[in-house]
Design a protein around this ligand. Structure first.
Ligand SMILES: [Zn+2]
Length: 79
């Protein structure tokens, strides 16, 4: 107990529990691991989950466009 049980962000892995993650700005579109490479007309536009993860590792945001919008993760959001 005491540990938050928010769902983990599919992109950055932190437990933000938000529709659009404040840490990487990925918007949860219910995409599963099996479709990480898929680029469907989703809420993330033409961005695939695999690309978003790569961008996060480089820019700290799911796309460089959102670099100024993101914030660092809090301790209680760590997986
Ligand atoms: Zn995230």
């Amino acid at each position: 107990m005491g540990q938050p049980t928010w769902p983990r962000c599919a992109c950055c892995g932190f437990r933000t529990g938000c529709n659009t993650c404040p840490i990487c700005y990925w918007t949860d579109d219910g995409r599963s691991e099996a479709h990480a490479e898929a680029v469907a007309g989703s809420r993330n536009g033409d961005l695939s989950l695999a690309d978003a993860r790569l961008n996060y590792s480089i820019y700290g945001a799911s796309t460089p466009r959102y670099q100024h919008l993101v914030r660092p993760p809090r301790d209680d959001e760590r997986p």
